[in-house]
Design a protein around this ligand. Structure first.
Ligand code: PLP
Length: 231
């Protein structure tokens, strides 16, 4: 894909976010695009930076290490959005600004132990309770949030989810609503040090619906970079 295509795609995504936010009576500035760069090489990531992207999402610690070190741009933030294994926690805390996929107290404890500065984390919720997906069960999230609240190196600020694959974007709406309500419920618990201001939800196929339902981060890959080589 040509360089200016990436900028153009990014501008198009931003425009669609703006429209969806306005439709829902939200300020578009509340929504940040996480440009998802799994399998996207450094050159094209730099093109996205030129096009205005400032937050990137990676799924694999090893794959991202080289890219993040090469790009070394203080104005860019990296979110980890894949399944994190405990034995990668040390490297992950070195590389990433936000870990979006904390889904167990054991992983949280490992991150807390390895972090050298306060680390922002989201809880990944298995919102449709799919057997094939990672993430905390919805009814375990309050307990997990309480556990993370007691970990001095972690700052829990949000929830993240990946709804079931569906041909229709509208099919994701009930899951996005459920995630928002779950965050609201946790905020009502007034757990010391925990306020969930962030909802990371919506991908290329359904980000406008997610914005309508309160997303603060949308994770968009193919709509910016084109189709990925299948792994
Ligand atoms: C790959 C991926 C995305 C981006 O998906 P697209 O459909 O390409 O926008 C978002 N979130 C997660 C967790 C992913 O793994």
């Amino acid at each position: 894909m040509m360089a200016n295509m990436i900028s153009e795609n990014l501008a198009n995504v931003m425009e669609r976010i703006k429209r969806a936010a306005r439709k829902a009576g939200r300020d578009p500035a509340e929504v940040t695009v996480v440009a998802v760069t799994k399998s996207v090489e450094v050159k094209r990531i730099k093109e996205a930076i030129s096009g205005g992207a400032r937050v990137f999402g990676e799924n694999y610690v090893q794959e991202s290490e080289e890219k993040i070190k090469k790009i070394k741009d203080g104005s860019v933030k990296w979110h980890f959005i894949g399944h994190l294994q405990k034995n990668k926690a040390k490297l992950a805390v070195e590389l990433f600004d936000v870990i979006e996929t904390v889904d167990s107290i054991e992983l949280a404890a490992e991150l807390n132990k390895r972090a050298e500065a306060r680390l922002e984390v989201f809880i990944e919720v298995n919102i449709a309770k799919e057997k094939t997906k990672t993430g905390s069960a919805p009814d375990g999230v309050v307990k997990l949030a309480r556990g993370i609240a007691g970990m001095p190196m972690l700052r829990l600020t949000g929830l993240m989810c990946v709804p079931p694959d569906a041909p229709e974007a509208e099919a994701s709406r009930p899951y996005f609503i459920t995630l928002r309500r779950l965050a609201e419920r946790i905020n009502k618990e007034q757990i010391p040090g925990v306020f969930l201001r962030n909802l990371s939800m919506g991908m290329s196929g359904d980000f406008e619906i997610a914005v309508e339902e309160g997303a603060t981060f949308v994770r968009v890959g193919t709509a910016i970079f084109g189709a990925r080589q299948t792994k």
